[in-house]
Design a protein around this ligand. Sequence first.
Ligand code: SF4
Length: 155
Amino acid sequence: MSGLSKSPWIIHYDASSCNGCDIEVLACLTPVFDVERLGVVNTGNPKHADIFLVTGAVNEQSQHVIRNLYHQMPDPKVVVAVGICAATGGIFRDCYNISGGVDSVIPVDVYVPGCAARPEAIIDGVVQALGVLEQKRAAMAAPADTVCLGNSNRR
Ligand code: SF4
């Protein structure tokens, strides 16, 4: 994380959570875990956010909001799916209006396990997200011909 030049700003969206994971996200922000003391800022504006935290399974209505928020965030950006519902649809995955986890609509970089996801696991997921964010920043800053495309024949 040494290369980060500013505090990571987070936006949180509840895609259709039972509220369990959302309470744990709030626990991270409030005094017991208090991630703001580590420089993490919770914002309501996707244009200011680096990290997109999503809780709950994706349904017919929330998929449009997720796409909208995601596309408003500047690059580089990282998506964290918090809890098993956000990862796979969880216990709601067979419901008539659920399309699955967050990765059914946008790319997900980090999956935080749990039902509900524990605050320690969410903070760990955010730390992983910072590493991914730094890699994406470095890739964007590198000249195009030095970026590894994952295929040695394509250099
Ligand atoms: S993972 Fe569990 S606590 Fe979190 S939204 Fe789903 S059912 Fe609720």
